[in-house]
Design a binder for this molecule. Structure first.
Ligand code: UDX
Length: 428
């Protein structure tokens, strides 16, 4: 290893890997980032950005000299001591996390005393211990990521906390990781490997539980004439509860929550423990999207032959990520009821086209709503707040909106001519 020019190694240049590589470079480090996907590495070398994430493009350009992209792990081992494993861990058919990519990385490493594996990939608790059993002399640090899509760069550079799990034997590697993160601020949590792995899974499961909880409160609020946005505001001011992740809506999607919540449930199940609460969290999330059908039918009767617009397709704003997006379930359910579906999303259309069947894509909101019977706001893209809703109501056959994210002002929408339905605010 060339100590005179030590770099940080990043293995797996997907979303977490690329954000981490760019941000380490931004903070002044040399980075060697490796991926087995030759097309991806070639694109990155040409300066093309392979993910949609605000701020990443400029950051990659600004730090191009500090960033090396390669398909050869030898380049990483040559220059880096800390090897950040950022490969993905998608669900298997059994709902467990698929660790084959992590294992493929581990197989490339040698117990040479020079390198340490830093696990950023989301892995089940116990993975670190299993890797240590295979390679007892390979220093191992668990350093889970808590980045949110759409604000990942900011989250990386301004973390709430940085969790670093390692055994006492590997303190040097944990110290080196801490040195990288300390300048960013945020509390550093030093702990053992299993606890660090659990912190990641438990954090995501808890946030998902908050969402399913407020969604159930929303559903009850509809029955009793309460407004869930008011309920959440009043609850959230209690510091023990907090205001964040109490937005009722169409449920959580994305690459992390659905997968990680299920993986934790399965992990518990594999040990013989039935994680009842998470089973409900998942089920509430599934049903939440389907409830929209009833809202539409209450106003339109049968949906057969109706044209319904999905406004926003990505699982949340500021990303083109369609993984586990509510729009996928909504489109299929609408079609199942005999409706035709038109969709518009500012950036997710190319990815959505690969996943949605028989959906008509509109280039603009105006085009999408022309002659439509109803519109469901699925993703709260900021620009949707700025639309001329009165003019849009005039274009529709029936100006009915289901605001799936409680994003718009019900009074303003009604003044604009809409029949407005939110989630948990029927009484408004
Ligand atoms: C999440 C975690 O927040 C992050 O720490 C983790 O490491 C990766 O997974 P992300 O998937 O990017 O990040 O999205 P996030 O902003 O957390 O939202 C997840 C989903 O929950 C979205 O579909 C969002 O619409 C939904 N959500 C979020 C709600 O329905 N209500 C809320 O109050 C918050």
């Amino acid at each position: 290893m060339n100590d005179g020019n030590e770099a940080i190694g990043v293995i797996g240049v997907g979303w977490v890997g690329l954000v981490s590589a760019a941000c380490f470079a931004e903070t002044g480090y040399e980075v060697v980032a490796m991926d087995i996907d030759e097309a991806k590495i070639a694109a990155l070398r040409r300066g093309e950005v392979t993910i949609h994430e605000p701020g990443i493009e400029d950051m990659l350009q600004r730090n191009a000299e500090r960033l090396t992209f390669t398909t050869d792990i030898a380049d990483v081992l040559e220059r880096a001591r800390l090897l950040f494993c950022c490969v993905d861990t998608p669900p298997t058919y059994s709902g467990d996390a698929d660790l084959s990519r992590v294992q493929a990385v581990v197989r490339e490493l040698r117990e040479d005393g020079e390198h340490a594996l830093v696990m950023k990939s989301t892995v089940p608790a116990g993975t670190g211990a299993a890797i240590r059993r295979e390679m007892p002399s390979l220093p191992y640090v668990s350093c889970p990521e808590f980045l949110k899509e759409g604000s990942a760069v900011n989250d990386f550079l301004h973390p709430d906390r940085v969790v670093i799990g390692a055994s006492a034997d590997d303190a040097w590697a944990a110290d080196a990781v801490e040195d990288l993160y300390r300048p960013l601020g945020g509390e550093i949590v030093r702990t053992d490997v299993a606890s660090s792995e659990m912190i990641k899974l438990a954090s995501n499961a808890f946030l998902a539980t908050k969402i399913s909880f407020i969604n159930e409160i929303a559903n009850v609020s509809e029955e009793v004439g309460a407004d869930v946005t008011e309920v959440a505001r009043g609850m959230g001011l209690d510091k023990r509860i907090g205001t964040s992740f109490l937005h009722a809506g169409l449920g959580f999607g994305g690459s992390c929550f659905p997968k990680d919540v299920n993986a934790l449930k399965m992990l518990a199940g594999n040990t013989g423990y039935h994680f009842q609460l998470l089973t409900s969290v998942i089920e509430v999330n599934e049903l939440q999207k389907r409830r929209v059908m009833k809202k539409l039918e209450r106003h339109l009767g049968s949906l057969a032959g109706r044209r319904v617009v999905l406004l926003g397709l990505a699982f949340k704003p500021n990303t083109d990520d369609m993984r586990e997006a509510s729009s996928l379930v909504l489109a299929a359910r609408l079609q199942g009821e005999g409706a035709t579906v038109t969709a518009h999303d500012p950036v997710a259309e190319p990815r959505a086209r690969e996943l949605l069947r028989d959906v008509e894509f509109a280039a603009s909101v105006e085009e999408a709503l022309e002659g439509a019977d109803a519109v469901i706001l699925v993703t709260e893209w900021p620009q949707f707040a700025e639309l001329d809703w009165a003019a849009l109501a005039g274009r529709m056959a029936t100006p009915l909106i289901v605001d799936g994210r409680n994003f718009l002002d019900p009074d303003a929408m009604r003044a604009a001519g809409f029949t407005y339905e939110g989630i948990g605010r029927t009484g408004v």
